[in-house]
Design a protein. Structure first.
Lengths: 370, 426
């Protein structure tokens, strides 16, 4: 299997986890050349019985040579946990080289569970590394790898340097079967693990619904930030059922795209039936990714009704204002004779205009010489 | 027909204030909030933002240059029919815009048609307001102009909501319905006949006499100079702050703070303009000088607290100068000629407004920062306030002694008895 995937890129991802005691070192000689100090013999024997599988060097070399012309991606996560023991007084006690030191220290919470999202676009070799700094015995930690819930038997190695435990998992990702969640476990506690999520790139559709009117033409766009899918397909969704959109059906749908990282679906002659959610699927070698765009088709009557309602309200306002004025004018009519008494009459009868006669007049209309 | 000697100073005048408030909201508030539509137009027509922003520029230019037309028509027919027609035109422009298929459509419908509608509404309304008030003119003008600031706060979110629910075509249709309210506001402008009206003659005669009127010309020059510098901070403040290292959100927030202090300044100055005796031109000179000085200080302020203080002060003083600017005119030319006078002033000052922002931008491109732009803006304002000193009766410290009869006696003698009768009513 490995020979077939020699043309794949190699991706290396590291995760460092620090927690409680760890497993012992691998026994194989090949591993010893890579690793640093090893645990004591009794532990080694202990380890043998535990049967921690390791990748042998020849196999590793085989794998590397097969996939050497592929890109290698390297990701690492470091997790640190300060191991603490609590005494009955409630203070934190540090255990340093077997000596108990009582200090008031803050418990540094481990960043657990550590998770990393890895976006893969094309087939590659992936190297996942977990780094683990325990507080106690390195040898006592049992290292396991899981994909989802399935326990992995091979393709990983474990070694220790000083007080840090490393474990590395290699996988050749060539199709969607190898994508998913890979986790390294240190010991039995569920907290002491790191997770790598292998995903295809995400597609961006549109979050807000697109509003259009009957008879319009609309262009739905799906974009992918930094990726180049192999192919795009469009589906229209009614509820949970997705119906593919076949291209030229009387020119109503036109699929095009200016660049490889986007796709455009042009829909002409919109009708209210075209309303709903449209899905764009981007096909990669490693799987499929989808985005969605929501389309709302309104009839022209919708805003038109609102317009007519407001226009009617304006007409009503104007009518009220003019009628009110005509009503007040009628009250003034009897005074409309003779300019001599005009001033006085006007002042008396124009109560609706409320003239103010009192007080000094500061502002006059000045004529400043013409 | 009955002629008043004095503006009523209240009563129906307050309804005119209400009408002017809504009109300034519907004209300038819509213009200022139109930026929300720009994003949609850029996407819908696939045109660059510079070409899309011409829509608003054409609208503003038509509104200001068309002001004399509105003035002339109001003098002849009274403000009411003119403003109502203007409202219908403005709404029609927006209605046609909702069917647009290209950017040129929008230039013609929103820019030209709605712009001319706005030209027929705003100037006659403010002039009408000046005729209804004499003692409380500044306060009334200040209150009416607050409509501009408040509506910008309200319309921007409203337009965004309309866009989210109806897309830009439906939203334009509803903005058109909103603009129809200008017609209702126009209906509120009851015609008022003042003593000077038969004296000053028709619009043609008014314009000719205005153009020969020394103080009017000097006032127009002063206002034009002020207008050149006035808009620069609004246009360039955010960019200047970004240059100094501010984030976009606090910079935009500071602009909102300036808008609020602008509102407060308008009302306060309006009240002050009426309370202080003497020509209003002095207050205008005070606020203009202060604004000029503040603008010139801008390049000096680097500390955030200094900039915030300067911006609040700028908002207050620049808002304060607007109502008094409108109040000086009736004192100069009399309420009889106010329509034509205001129209001419608006037309000429628009030249200053159109030149100011590009000039400031050019200076910034040449010098590399906004120091020169702000200093030049301040200089324009100070120059304008300098010209204001040349206005007549500027240095009078007592209450003005001239009475309406001065204006009237220069014309026909038969009208002389009228004002005396009016004064006899005291």
């Amino acid at each position: 299997m490995m020979t077939e995937y020699s043309n794949l890129s190699l991706e290396s991802h590291n995760l460092s986890v620090t927690a409680a005691p760890i497993t012992s070192l691998p026994v194989e000689e090949e591993m010893m050349t890579k690793a640093a100090p090893i645990t004591s013999l009794p532990v080694q024997e202990e380890m043998k019985t535990k049967a921690v599988p390791i990748i042998s060097l020849p196999v590793q070399e085989e794998m590397t040579t097969k996939y050497s012309n592929l890109t290698l991606e390297s990701h690492s996560i470091s997790m640190t946990a300060m191991p603490m023991k609590e005494n009955n007084k409630g203070n934190q006690i540090c255990v340093d080289r077997g000596i108990m030191l009582q200090r008031n220290v803050t418990l540094e919470r481990p960043n657990m569970p550590a998770e990393k999202n890895i976006t893969l676009e094309r087939p590659s070799n992936v190297e996942l590394t977990c780094q683990f700094t325990p507080s106690g015995n390195l040898n006592a930690v049992n290292v396991t790898w899981k994909k989802g819930d399935k326990l992995l038997e091979d393709n990983y190695l474990v070694n220790a340097t000083g007080s840090i435990l490393y474990t590395q998992y290699r996988v050749a990702v060539i199709n969607s079967k190898q994508m998913g969640s890979y986790s390294c476990f240190f010991g039995e506690k569920k907290q002491q693990r790191g997770t790598f999520n292998l995903k295809v790139p995400e597609i961006n559709g549109k979050n807000k619904p697109l509003i259009t009117y009957v008879g319009d033409t609309v262009v739905l766009i799906c974009k992918c930030q930094d990726c180049l899918p192999l192919n795009w397909t469009w589906y229209s969704g009614n509820g949970s059922v997705q119906v593919p959109i076949g291209v030229p059906v009387n020119d109503k749908y036109v699929i095009s795209g200016k660049h490889a990282n986007e796709t455009r679906l042009k829909i002409t002659q919109l009708s209210e039936d075209d309303q709903g959610t449209y899905w764009c699927h981007a096909i990669f070698e490693l799987g499929e990714s989808e985005g969605h765009v929501e389309l709302v088709v309104l009839s022209y009557l919708v805003p038109l009704k609102a317009f007519c309602a407001i226009a009617a309200e304006v007409v009503l306002l104007v009518a009220i204002i003019l009628l009110f004025e005509m009503y007040t004018q009628k009250k003034k009519k009897p005074s409309d004779d003779g300019k001599e008494i005009e001033q006085g009459e006007q002042l008396k009868l124009d109560d609706s205009n409320g003239i103010e006669n009192s007080g000094p007049r500061h502002r006059k209309n000045e004529s400043v010489g013409q | 027909m009955a002629y008043r000697a004095e503006p009523p100073d209240g009563g129906w005048g307050w309804m005119v204030v209400l009408s002017a408030f809504f009109q300034s909201a519907l004209v300038f508030g819509v213009l200022r909030s139109f930026g929300v539509f720009f994003v949609e137009f850029v996407a819908a027509f696939e045109e660059p933002a510079a070409r899309v922003s011409w829509i608003a520029s054409i609208g503003i230019a038509v509104q200001q240059f068309g002001s004399p037309v509105g003035s002339v028509l109001s003098t002849k027919f009274g403000p009411r029919p003119v403003v109502m027609t203007g409202g219908i035109l403005a709404a029609l422009g927006m209605l046609l815009a909702s069917f647009a298929t290209s950017l040129t459509h929008l230039y013609l419908s929103i820019g030209l048609l709605s712009g001319s509608g706005w030209a027929l509404t705003f100037t006659p309304t403010l002039a009408c307001l000046s005729r209804y008030f004499s003692r409380r003119r500044s306060l009334a003008t200040g209150l009416a102009l607050t409509g501009v600031g408040l509506s910008s706060f309200a319309f921007a979110p409203l337009f965004q909501w309309l866009l989210n629910h109806y897309a830009w075509r439906g939203a334009l249709l509803l903005v058109s319905a909103l603009s129809l309210h200008l017609v209702a506001c126009g209906a509120l402008l009851r015609p008022l006949s003042l003593a000077e009206d038969p004296v000053v003659g028709g619009p043609g005669a008014q314009i000719t006499s205005l153009l020969c009127h020394g103080p009017f010309l000097r006032y127009t020059i002063a206002i034009t100079l002020i207008n050149t510098g006035y808009f620069i901070p609004y246009v360039h403040l955010v960019a200047h702050l970004r240059d100094l290292g501010w984030d976009p959100l606090p910079a935009a927030f500071l602009l909102s703070v300036a808008a609020i202090s602008d509102l407060v300044g308008r009302v306060a100055s309006g009240w002050l303009g009426d309370a202080v005796p003497g020509p209003v031109a002095r207050l205008l000179m005070l606020w203009t000088t202060l604004t000029g000085v503040i603008l010139a200080l801008y390049p000096v302020a680097e500390v955030p607290t200094g900039l915030v203080a300067l911006t609040v002060a700028y908002g207050f003083t620049s808002g304060a100068l607007t109502p008094v600017a409108f109040s000086v005119l009736p004192e100069l030319v009399g309420t009889g000629k106010i329509y034509c006078g205001l129209g001419l002033v608006q037309m000429v000052e628009s030249i200053g407004g159109l030149l100011g922002a590009p000039l400031s931008g050019y200076l910034r491109d040449v010098t590399g920062n906004y120091t020169a732009s702000f200093v030049v803006a301040g200089a324009f304002l100070l120059a304008g306030s300098g010209v204001l000193i040349t206005l007549p009766h500027f240095f009078c410290f007592s209450a003005p002694t001239s009475k309406p009869q001065d204006l009237v006696t220069e014309a026909l003698d038969t009208k002389v008895p009228l004002p005396e009768e009016g004064l006899g009513e005291d």
